[in-house]
Design a protein around this ligand. Structure first.
Ligand code: DLL
Length: 435
């Protein structure tokens, strides 16, 4: 009989009991942070809060928020709550200092993280009889490592493919009869198309996919499901909170259960910081109540969504979040990589370009396109064509070094980018991500 990694004692725990568990863990976690993270302790002191004020989840709102700016200020070790000798790994987002998030893990943190990912694989129907092809990037990105570890816990045969090399992905998928695919939804759609083109659809044994790390619509879900003949499940997470597995979809495929024994979720008004009631749209805030090395309290994700504790037919009692419905900052996710327009601006200015540029993102054949139009100065415009194309190449390389992905750079004539009277329109995102 196939073995499942289902943990009903936790995943279907009565809500009152779950809240009591959260309260107990929160109180302990606040003490841990207070004693070990001077940066956050100072923030608490500035707000006039001490650990004695936090008696349970009802007091959570008294704690100060943490933001990406705090991460930047405290980079790299300022939010670490364990001595380095107890930490065994980091994971990170792309980007250079300042925008890069570096998260730390003890072995215990990794165990719990993998546990969350194992729950996600199980909710998608995974057992020890499955062959799980992990096509998220490995290395610093959390996707590969998280799902890899989760798949081991489930006892599935794990194929650590990493992303890219489509030919080889399909070959392994056919030869090893992969049953579960884990990757970004755009890559899943691309794989679906490539499989169709090669006429090998009838040799594919996939039954499910676990897709996340970027926004995707219901239309995209149906497209992937049809192309690959699978059920496509959403998975959510961010580097700051370990990585994937903070929340995942069950067979109902309507919202993602948040692993509430590890994370307390709140929805706030992004303008005022006021906590909003369940059912209202706002910014998602997480408090990690079990992490040892990098325990962020009230971390503002900038993802906009809605929480709901409506009874789920799968029996899980953990609260559900909708797919992110947008962001409250200007971060773009292009081919799974987090990109801030300010990073692009920094590169352009460092390279002696004008600050007149426009970023154009689209999705063609389920792959993100990423173009940047940059105005030349009059002087550069008078240069030879050879020099201009040389400059374009140089910009592409510098941007790749900063962002980790390739953009197409087009040097355009002086004054050809429309000037705005208010805020400059830096980004034209033609993808319909949140529809
Ligand atoms: O993307 C972790 C992850 C890996 C999640 C694999 C799922 C699967 P970061 O690179 O730090 O971490 O990016 C985090 O990605 O704040 C969201 O804006 C976005 N995001 C993550 N999952 C989803 C999703 C990983 N399912 C940022 N739907 C988050 C929409 C998502 N957006």
């Amino acid at each position: 009989m196939a073995k499942r990694y289902y943990q009903p004692e936790i995943e279907t725990m009565p809500v009152e009991q779950l809240k009591a568990l959260q309260s107990e863990r929160l109180v302990k976690q606040v003490k841990h942070v207070w004693e070990n993270v001077p940066y956050y302790r100072k923030k608490m002191e500035e707000k006039g809060v001490t650990p004695d004020d936090i008696k349970g989840i009802e007091d959570l709102h008294k704690l100060p928020f943490l933001t990406k700016d705090d991460l930047r200020e405290a980079y790299p070790y300022g939010l670490l709550a364990k001595p380095l000798k107890d930490c065994v790994r980091i994971q990170s987002t792309s980007g250079t200092t300042g925008r890069r998030v570096v998260a730390f893990y003890t072995q215990h943190d990794i165990d719990l993280w993998e546990d969350c990912c194992a729950r996600a694989i199980t909710a998608a129907g995974g057992t020890d009889e499955d062959v799980v092809q992990v096509a998220y990037g490995y290395g610093l990105f959390t996707g590969g490592a998280g799902l890899n570890g989760g798949s081991h816990k489930v006892g599935s045969l794990t194929i650590p493919m990493s992303s890219g090399n489509t030919e080889r992905q399909i070959q392994f998928m056919v030869d090893l009869e992969s049953t579960i695919l884990c990757c970004t939804p755009s890559y899943a759609a691309y794989l679906g198309e490539s499989i169709e083109e090669r006429g090998v659809r009838d040799q594919i044994k996939l039954k499910a996919g676990i897709f996340g790390a970027e926004a995707w619509t219901e239309e995209m879900r149906h497209d992937i499901e049809n192309k690959l003949g699978i059920k496509a499940y959403d998975i959510y997470g961010l580097t700051e909170t370990s990585g994937p597995g903070v929340a995942f979809e069950c067979e109902e495929q309507s919202g993602m259960h948040i692993n509430e024994d590890h994370f307390i979720a709140e929805i706030i008004n992004p303008e005022t910081g006021e906590v909003l009631p369940e059912g209202e749209k706002g910014e998602l805030v997480f408090t990690s109540i079990t992490k040892e090395a990098f325990p962020l309290l009230r971390y503002r994700t900038k993802d906009l969504c809605i929480l709901s504790r409506k009874k789920c037919s799968c029996g899980r009692t953990h609260i559900k979040m909708t797919k992110p419905l947008g962001r409250s900052d200007d971060m773009l996710i292009i081919r799974g990589v987090n990109v801030f327009p300010s990073q692009i601006e920094t590169v352009l200015l460092n390279e002696g370009m004008t600050p007149n540029y426009q970023i154009i993102v689209d999705r063609v054949n389920n792959t993100d396109t990423f173009d940047i139009n940059v105005e030349m100065s009059q002087e550069m415009f008078s240069d030879s064509l050879g020099k201009i194309s040389e400059k374009e190449k140089q910009l592409v390389a510098s941007l790749k070094a900063m962002l980790g992905i390739q953009a197409k750079v087009h040097l355009v004539e002086p004054k050809s980018i429309t000037r705005s009277e208010g805020k400059a329109v830096r980004v034209i995102d033609k993808r319909k991500l949140y529809g």
